[in-house]
Design a protein. Structure first.
Length: 500
């Protein structure tokens, strides 16, 4: 694997261009209460029920910073290699917010809590090459989320809507903004950055990082330039809600800007919307400059002082991070793809528990990256929600190894464990549902003899050298035993009966 910060250039009609991307990723923290008040942060409640005078900006209501949110922000900053500011403060960011009642956002401006970090990424290029790229992190700062606007009409968007409704439940939820340096040179690295950041956030447990629920969102600042020239004018693509959308949007916007420049036009600094269905970006508004926000220190909030002792206490809490977890799994014999799937899919604890219970690492990985992932995804459940533990997976592997279950039957047993939300272990599920593999030679022998006697032509074909025909006889034995016959034992008995 090579280490590089460069990428392939983009070819235009008039020569080569270089893509430059910086990402702004917003992460909602999963604290019990909001950033400045005691309102619940529960997702999906009835509209405008988790609100109070503070988060709706009523006159005289004073905010108080959420201590847990500050600690979670600093912990994530340390995981990203950031320095923690000894003193930082909150500012008011003035802007027309239709979904933020006080009409300003409490954020951080010149002194963020965390700054000067980096993230190393393993990237697979379009050509299949494995490279390592480092993306600098300019800052990680704290702020609050806004409410949510619902545009009523056929399009579901502001343009053409009959009316707009506002739900303030999300207003004031602790929000982190992680701003990268403009170090990204291709869509693959942008996607790898977002995936890795999502994995780190989940590993730390500071957010569920569910893009479909908006708890992690991404904005992409995209520009192009001739190789070696100064940075070009950037456009910001707002609220990309999946890794796939990020890659598609960056590719489209780069090509759009190249086409404009090569036609003699100019790129205007603006904010653009990504239309997932049409696969295009569209103008939302001209991009504001920092002076438009009229930042000034929030007079209602005190400075935050981060002592060195407190920072070191947080550092001691850092768990094994995703890159180290993947390396450890590969040392245990897993492929790079299996390791990445287990870590990114939140299955590391499940895998480690199963191995600790005595199961072989690769066998556990095969289950975790295959059937476990598939069944949990179909049920839209996490392992915890399904009640699935590493002990369950280890027991499944053991039941296959000792011949109690075939792989096919083990899949049915896994489904039963999930249906019972882990309350019934695999061996009991197999017994209750009659899913144990038939391995008793005496019981199988009678069925094999019946199948052989009923298929003389197939038997003669096998004796004549058509060895593949035995599959038809195995299938009949399986049908007679409802798929519970031991395939290996069935083959042995069939061949013995045919050769007799």
């Amino acid at each position: 694997m090579s280490a590089t910060s460069t990428a392939a250039l983009l070819e235009g009609e008039t020569g080569a261009w270089e893509l430059v991307v910086g990402l702004e990723v917003h992460v909602e923290l999963q604290t019990a209460t909001k950033m400045w008040c005691g309102c619940s942060t529960d997702f999906g409640g009835p509209a405008n029920t988790n609100v109070c005078p503070v988060c709706t900006g009523q006159p005289g209501a004073l905010p108080v910073a959420n201590e847990q949110a500050v600690a979670d922000a600093a912990l994530l900053g340390l995981a990203l290699g950031c320095d923690i500011a000894e003193v930082c403060r909150f500012h008011r960011k003035n802007y027309f917010y239709p979904d933020l009642a006080k009409n300003y956002q409490i954020s951080q401006y010149d002194v963020p809590l965390c700054h000067d970090g980096r993230l190393d990424l393993d990237v697979t290029t379009d050509e299949g090459e494995q490279v390592t790229r480092r993306v600098g992190i300019e800052r990680l700062h704290m702020e609050e989320d806004t409410g949510k606007s619902l545009h009523v009409g056929e399009s579901g968007r502001l343009h053409g809507a009959e009316k707009s409704l506002i739900d303030y439940n999300r207003c004031g939820i602790p929000l982190l903004e992680i701003v990268s340096d403009p170090d990204i040179r291709d869509p693959e690295t942008a996607q790898a950055y977002l995936r890795e950041l999502q994995a780190i956030v989940r590993t730390l447990g500071v957010s569920d990082a569910r893009m479909e629920e908006g708890s992690i969102r991404c904005d992409a600042n995209v520009s192009v330039r001739r190789p070696g020239e100064e940075l070009g004018t950037r456009c910001e693509i707002k609220n990309l809600n999946s890794v796939r959308s990020l890659g598609r949007a960056v590719r489209y916007e780069a090509r759009r800007q190249i086409d404009v420049l090569e036609a003699g036009g100019e790129i205007v600094m603006e904010t653009r919307h990504w239309d997932e269905g049409r696969g295009v970006t569209e103008t939302l508004r001209r991009k504001e400059s920092v002076t438009d926000y009229r930042y000034f220190p929030d007079p209602d909030l005190v400075e935050i002082h981060s002592s060195r002792a407190w920072v070191e206490q947080l550092r001691a809490r850092l768990p094994e991070l995703p890159a180290a977890s993947r390396a450890r799994l590969q040392q245990a014999g897993l492929s790079a793809e299996q390791a990445a799937t287990i870590v990114a899919g939140g299955l590391l604890a499940l895998h480690d528990e199963a191995v600790a219970a005595g199961a072989e690492p690769v066998a556990v990985a095969n289950w975790c990256t295959g059937e476990v992932t598939g069944q949990l995804s179909s049920a839209a459940l996490t392992p915890a929600e399904a009640g699935l533990t590493g002990a369950h997976v280890a027991e499944l592997v053991a039941l296959i190894d000792d011949g109690t279950l075939s792989t096919k039957l083990a899949k049915d047993v896994l489904a039963g464990v999930i249906e019972e939300r882990g309350a019934v272990p695999p061996a009991e599920v197999a017994e209750q549902r009659g899913l144990q593999q038939v391995s008793d030679e005496g019981e199988l022998q009678g069925i094999v003899d019946e199948v052989v006697a009923a298929n003389p032509e197939t038997v003669e074909a096998i004796r004549g050298g058509n060895d593949k025909a035995i599959g038809a006889l195995v299938g009949q034995v399986m049908k007679a035993t409802r798929g519970q016959a031991d395939p290996k034992k069935t083959n042995e008995l069939l061949r013995a009966a045919i050769e007799a």
